[in-house]
Design a binder for this molecule. Structure first.
Ligand code: 6R9
Length: 567
């Protein structure tokens, strides 16, 4: 029996107090995610239950029980306090998927500070923009990422501490740098958790914005109410599950469901800290007897590409429930997963700003392959007309996805950017910036984004951020960045570039520009291709018409070009 039981029944009787009751929370109480994810599970008698089974490169393994997670998050919290870090200070986590990241986040929350997880592959420029915006007080990192931090440290007077979790004593530490070993530090039993309330800030996640400036999405401790219940009802986490969320906590899925959802439900989860490789993934599932697997379409398509033959080498019969998030999940992937795993991937739709799953396919509900499913109970979602902002009644008509504000894990603002936050609401609806249709049975079918943001392999890339990086190169006069189709990543980044006088297009220049921007962008935002052209299509008012370049790449009709300048 699934946790959600009958979806339609749940819709009728839904109230978020169901989640509050299960968590033993009453309005006005102290609510601290760090406590809920460790101390509470121990108080429930599960201190000896395995919380985290971690595997790194070369198969090294580390294991932590819920009691370990409780003590080590206390230890990290105590250490941060000893440095003078206090509630609401921003503390950045800049690490690979190592245990210190998972447990460190809880330690930060326990002292009431704000955790700012950032993907460890970010280059120094990307890191700087985000730390500057948040005026981050401390950064927790690994030796291997230290050079990037050192490169920008002079530009960050607000940054007081650089905490290195794997210092080997070989090279002297510099100003602001301090070593801390989570596993070697004396476990702290007595610890006073900061009494955060529902609206106390918890996590600051950065997401790509249409203006090129990344936006800091501010979440609060009350988000737990949504994250806990969606983990139970959508991911169907049960007492004896072995859960594997493949997302990196540098992105929201890795925190909402890789940390908060997982630990607050007291499940045993496993983490594989190495890049993607089909056989390694199957081996990991077999070895850990994974039962619940939450992954992403790009990974699933890569597994499809690796072929069905290798699957036969592994025993994957432990798999009980599969779900996916991040980009459109093609119907073929759902059909394929049923064929090879005997289970369908259940698509789920949400975003950094929503903090938890909004639309999904539930265990026991009929899946229509290619559809995102239906709104989570407690979520009122529809599609609205882009001009009138009124709900669309006609079946099959495309509209903007619109959600009634008020669920617990909704972002509270964009950090230092209240205006952009306000612009996300129209006519009483929150607009995630996506387009969809709804069929007669109430299923949502994703159409595309409503802005220029590129979703490559589940990672959002702002074309403006890439264009700005290109423009800094001495040879580049103008640039326009669009997506082009790709088998595995669905879409990849393509740049069009015009050159300044005195420069001519060549393979050398191409390489030179690529190397130049590589230092500025995250590897995920790197263009797969640069095309040199003489002029960019522009409107009479001088705006680059990315739409035309996009249509060309996708072999689509160009549409209305009456405002084109050079037609
Ligand atoms: C959780 C996460 C959010 C954007 C979102 C949409 C796209 C997410 C999707 C999907 C089609 C799905 N997206 N899930 N598109 N089908 N099931 O991915 O957060 O990184 O903020 O991205 O990703 O465009 O608005 P985030």
């Amino acid at each position: 029996m699934s946790n959600i039981g009958n979806y339609d029944e749940r819709l009728k009787n839904f109230d978020w107090s169901i989640s509050e009751k299960e968590l033993g929370y009453k309005k006005g109480d102290v609510i601290n995610i760090g406590w809920y994810c460790s101390d509470r599970i121990c108080q429930m008698g599960k201190g000896n239950k395995m919380a985290l089974i971690w595997e790194g490169l070369g198969g090294v393994e580390k294991k932590y029980t819920y009691n370990d997670v409780r003590l080590k998050s206390n230890t990290i919290g105590t250490f941060l306090r000893s440095l003078g870090i206090k509630n609401e200070d921003r503390v950045c986590l800049f690490m690979d998927k190592i245990p210190e990241l998972y447990i460190g986040l809880l330690g930060i929350l326990k002292i009431g500070a704000i955790a700012q997880p950032l993907f460890s592959a970010f280059g120094d420029d990307s890191l700087l923009v985000r730390l500057e915006n948040a005026e981050t007080s401390a950064i927790i990192t690994q030796r291997k990422h230290l050079p990037k931090v050192r490169k920008i440290v002079e530009k960050m007077p607000f940054l007081k501490h650089i905490i290195i979790v794997d210092y080997d004593g070989k090279h002297p530490l510099r100003d602001k740098e301090v070593a801390f070993s989570m596993d070697e530090a004396t476990p702290v039993e007595k610890f006073e958790i900061f009494p955060t309330k529902a609206e106390s800030p918890s996590i600051l996640h950065y997401t790509s914005g249409t203006t090129g400036q990344p936006k800091g999405v501010k979440h609060v401790h009350y988000s737990l109410i949504s994250q806990y219940l969606t983990t139970k009802w959508v991911l169907d986490i049960q007492e004896n599950d072995i859960y594997w969320c493949t997302a990196d906590p540098g992105w929201v899925t890795g925190t909402s469901y890789g940390i908060i959802g997982a630990f607050s439900t007291g499940v045993t989860q496993c983490v594989l800290d190495s890049g993607f490789a089909a056989e390694a993934w199957y081996k990991f599932i077999e070895k850990n007897k994974v039962t619940m697997w939450y992954s992403a379409p790009t990974a699933i398509r890569s597994l499809m590409k690796a072929g069905d033959e290798i699957i036969k080498k592994y025993d994957l019969s432990s798999l009980r429930h599969l779900a996916s998030v991040g980009e459109p999940l093609n119907a073929e992937a759902v059909v394929w997963s049923e064929k090879v795993f005997g289970k369908q991937f259940h698509d789920s739709y949400w975003q950094t700003e929503t903090g938890s799953i909004m639309i999904s396919n539930y265990p026991g509900m009929k899946i229509k392959p290619g559809s995102m499913g239906k709104p989570f109970p407690g979520i009122t979602a529809t599609i609205i007309d882009p001009e009138t902002y009124e709900p669309i009644k006609e079946e099959g008509k495309v509209g903007l996805i619109a959600i009634k504000p008020g669920w617990p894990s909704m972002m509270r603002t964009y950090w230092n950017n209240e205006e952009t936050y306000k612009n996300k609401f129209k006519n009483g609806w929150y607009l995630p910036g996506d387009r969809s249709t709804i069929d007669k049975d109430g299923y949502f079918w994703f159409i595309g984004r409503d802005d220029d943001i590129i979703n490559t392999g589940g990672h959002l890339v702002s074309p403006f951020e890439v264009e700005s990086a290109l423009l800094e190169h001495e040879a580049v006069a103008e640039s326009a960045v669009v997506s082009k189709p790709d088998d595995v990543n669905m879409e990849v980044v393509k740049a069009f570039v015009t050159l300044k006088p005195g420069f001519t297009a060549s393979a050398d220049l191409d390489l030179n520009i690529m190397n130049f921007i590589r230092k500025k962008l995250s590897p995920l935002a790197m263009p797969q291709e640069i095309e040199f052209i003489d002029t960019l299509p522009k409107t009479r008012s001088g705006k680059i018409m990315r739409r035309i370049l996009h249509a060309k790449e996708w072999g689509e009709e160009i549409g209305d070009i009456s405002s084109l300048e050079n037609d």
